[in-house]
Unconditional design. Structure first.
Length: 164
């Protein structure tokens, strides 16, 4: 598969923010790797732990967006100017019940690439990281669909929050 993931925006501030996100993604990988060495199966705890974090952040974001469940509010509080630059996002659709965003770059995937992770490991780590986004979506009464992800080898991440 060989994951493709190269940024086109390289301003110093954007690079600096990305480096912070890479650092956290490296922590995630190393914690999982050490636990695996001790005989723990990451599938048994990582998705649940990250989803808990997503719920915590989702609750905070919902309050910051005025307390409702409109995805317009989620876009305002979570996907602002800097986030759009760091992940090279295109907002495709945004209304109360839908938030469709295409990500053209992922600093988390870049961290895992730099750490020498295999494509299979990157796909797993990416799916785990998306559990946070799933938790955020649930706090807004929505589900998260991922038709494509950079971590699985697609050219972009298609993030689709949908109220069903």
């Amino acid at each position: 598969m060989s994951v493709k993931n190269e940024p086109s925006i390289r301003t110093p501030l954007t690079v600096g923010i990305r480096e912070q996100l890479e650092h956290r993604a490296l922590w995630m990988y190393l914690l999982i790797d050490e636990a695996r060495k001790k005989g723990l199966d990451p599938k048994e705890y990582v998705p649940q732990a990250i989803k808990r974090c997503g719920h915590m952040h989702g609750e905070k974001h919902r309050k910051a967006a005025g307390g409702g469940e409109s995805l317009i509010g989620l876009k305002k509080v979570l996907f602002g100017f800097f986030a759009r630059r760091v992940f090279e996002m295109d907002i495709k659709r945004c209304d109360d019940d839908h938030l469709d965003i295409d990500f053209h770059y992922c600093p988390l995937v870049k961290a895992w690439q730099k750490a020498g992770c295999s494509d299979e490991e990157i796909a797993f780590l990416c799916d785990c990281a998306m559990c946070g986004d799933r938790g955020i979506g649930q706090e807004f009464g929505c589900e998260l669909d991922l038709p494509a992800t950079i971590g699985r080898g697609d050219d972009i991440c298609q993030i689709r929050y949908i109220r069903r």
